[in-house]
Design a protein around this ligand. Structure first.
Ligand code: GDP
Ligand code: MN
Length: 424
C-alpha cells in the first residue's frame, strides 16, 4: 500500500503514513568526549544523535514534520499533475531552415567504461530533441577516451562531437589537503553512511562539476550547456530550443528535480559559506531563494546537522548558463570553499554547491523548473502529465519511504511566482 507515486499517495491522511525506514546508519557515540575530539566534523552538541532520535522515535516534532510532509506531498502532486506540454511563453523557437543555434553544447563527463550508458542517454536526447537542432556534444574525461568510445559516440549523432581530456589542475586533489585529516574524516563519513566517502575520484568529480568545469579551455567558447549523464532517461518530445528558451526568457539555470541531501556529507558547507558571506555581503542577491534554502519543516533534522535545508537541484540534469558560475560572486565563493578543503574533508556534492550558490547569488526568477522535460536518473523521476511523454505522470520514486526526500514543493512555494506557475 505504501508503494506508488506521489500523486496516488497524496490522498492518504497523515495517520496512514508509516515511515518504514530501518536504522541503516551507525552513529559514533558523540556523548563521549574522547570520541568527539577525534571527530572534527561532528558537532559538539551531538546533533547526529538528535538526528537518529528524530528519525526513528515517534515524538511530537516528528509528527509535525510528517504532517508537513503530507501537505507538501499533496502540493507537489497537485502541481505536477497539472497538464503541461511546453512552457506557455510566446517566444519558443522551432527548428527551421538556416536556423541559428544558441551558444551552447550538450555536455557529459563520462568514463570509458560507461560507453553503453552514455550511448543510451545520447540516443534519447537525440531522438527527443537534438536531431531537430544539431547542437554539438562535448565529452570530458580525466583520462583519454578510447578509440571505441569515440567511434561509437560519433556514430550516435549527426552533430559535431568534441572529446576533451581534462587538464590535471582542474581535476586533481589540491596538494594542500592533509592526508591524515582526510583519512580521519573519510572514516567518520563511512561510519555515517556517506556514499562514495572513500572514493577519491568521486570527490574529484564533485569538485570539478562544482567549480572548475566551466574553466576548461574548450568550453570558453560556450555560454550554455545541458548536462547529460550515462543511463539517464528522457521521456518527452521537446520541439522547442531549450537553450534559446533560457536566453530569450532571461534564465540562467534550469533543473527538473529537487531533493534534500544526506546532511552528513555537508556538515560544514553552510558554515563555510557563512564565513564567506560575512566578508562579502555585497554578493548576496536581494531576490535570492533564501526561504527555499532555509526551510526547516519537512525534515528538520537536516537543518540540525547541515545548518540549512539541504534542498538542492539534482544536478545530473541541468541546463545552465556558465556565465553565472564564471561570475565574480560564485567563483570567489567557490575559491573560498575549495581552500577550506571541504571537497575532501567532507564529500560536498556539486548539487548542493550549485544550489547554495544559486540560492544566494542569483535572482530566483532566473532559475527555471523544466517541468515539461520528463527525466529519470536512478531512482528519481520527473514525469509531466502530457501525452508527449512516455512515463507514469507524477511518479517520483518507487519507494514511499523515500518520498520525504522530495523538496519540490518548497521550490513551488518559495521559488516560483504565481505567473511562473501558470506559465511553466
Ligand atoms: P552518482 O550519480 O552521484 O552516483 O555519480 P556518477 O557515478 O553517475 O557520476 C557522476 C558523473 O560523473 C557521471 O556522468 C560519471 O560518468 C562521471 N564521473 C564520475 N567519476 C568519474 C571519473 O572518475 N572519471 C570520469 N571520466 N567521469 C566520472
Ligand atoms: Mn549518476
Amino acid at each position: 500500500k505504501n508503494i506508488g507515486n506521489s500523486a496516488q499517495n497524496a490522498t492518504e491522511t497523515p495517520d496512514d503514513i508509516v515511515d518504514a525506514g530501518e536504522p541503516v546508519v551507525i552513529y559514533p557515540d558523540v556523548s563521549d568526549p574522547e570520541i568527539l575530539a577525534d571527530l572534527p566534523y561532528l558537532k559538539a552538541d551531538g546533533s547526529l544523535n538528535k538526528y537518529f532520535f528524530s528519525k526513528f522515535v515517534d515524538h511530537d516534532d516528528n509528527k509535525k514534520a510528517r504532517k508537513v510532509f503530507q501537505e507538501n506531498n499533496r502540493l507537489y502532486a497537485d502541481y505536477i499533475m497539472e497538464p503541461i506540454d511546453e512552457p506557455k511563453v510566446d517566444n519558443l523557437q522551432r527548428p527551421s531552415e538556416d536556423y541559428k543555434l544558441a551558444n551552447a553544447t550538450l555536455l557529459s563527463l563520462v568514463r570509458n567504461s560507461e560507453l553503453d550508458g552514455i550511448l543510451s542517454a545520447m540516443e534519447q536526447v537525440e531522438a527527443k530533441f537534438n536531431s531537430k537542432f544539431h547542437y554539438p556534444w562535448t565529452f570530458m574525461n580525466d583520462v583519454s577516451f578510447s578509440k571505441e568510445f569515440k567511434t561509437k559516440v560519433k556514430a550516435a549523432t549527426e552533430s559535431e562531437v568534441h572529446f576533451i581530456t581534462i587538464p590535471k589542475k582542474l581535476w586533481k586533489k589540491p596538494i594542500f589537503i592533509d592526508k591524515d585529516l582526510e583519512q580521519k574524516n573519510i572514516d567518520l563519513m563511512l561510519a555515517n553512511g556517506v556514499g562514495y566517502a572513500d572514493m577519491e575520484s568521486y570527490h574529484n568529480m564533485c569538485r570539478f562539476y562544482s567549480g572548475t568545469f566551466y574553466n576548461i579551455p574548450h568550453l570558453q567558447q560556450f555560454k550554455y550547456y545541458w548536462r547529460v549523464e550515462p543511463d539517464t532517461k528522457y521521456f518527452c518530445d521537446i520541439d522547442y530550443d531549450v537553450f534559446k528558451f533560457m536566453q530569450d526568457n532571461n534564465k540562467s539555470y534550469g533543473f527538473n528535480i529537487n531533493l534534500y541531501d544526506g546532511p552528513s556529507s555537508i556538515t560544514k558547507l553552510w558554515n563555510t559559506t557563512m564565513e564567506f558571506l560575512e566578508e562579502h555581503p555585497k554578493y548576496l542577491n536581494p531576490n535570492g531563494a533564501f526561504q527555499w534554502l532555509l526551510e526547516d519543516m519537512q525534515n528538520p533534522e537536516k537543518n540540525q546537522i547541515a545548518g540549512y535545508s539541504t534542498c538542492h537541484f539534482w544536478s545530473n540534469f541541468e541546463i545552465a548558463d556558465m556565465d553565472f558560475f564564471r561570475g565574480e560572486a560564485y567563483s570567489k565563493w567557490f575559491e573560498h570553499l575549495d581552500n577550506s578543503g571541504g571537497f575532501y574533508y567532507e564529500r560536498w556534492g556539486d548539487a548542493p554547491v550549485h544550489a547554495i550558490g544559486l540560492g544566494l547569488f542569483e535572482d530566483k526568477s532566473r532559475i527555471h523548473f523544466f517541468r515539461d522535460i520528463g527525466y529519470h536518473h536512478m531512482p528519481f523521476t520527473n514525469c509531466p502529465n502530457s501525452d508527449r511523454c512516455d512515463c507514469e505522470a507524477g511518479k517520483f520514486v518507487p519507494w514511499f519511504s523515500v518520498e520525504k526526500e522530495n523538496c519540490m514543493a518548497n521550490w513551488v512555494k518559495y521559488g516560483m511566482s504565481e505567473d511562473e506557475k501558470n506559465m511553466f
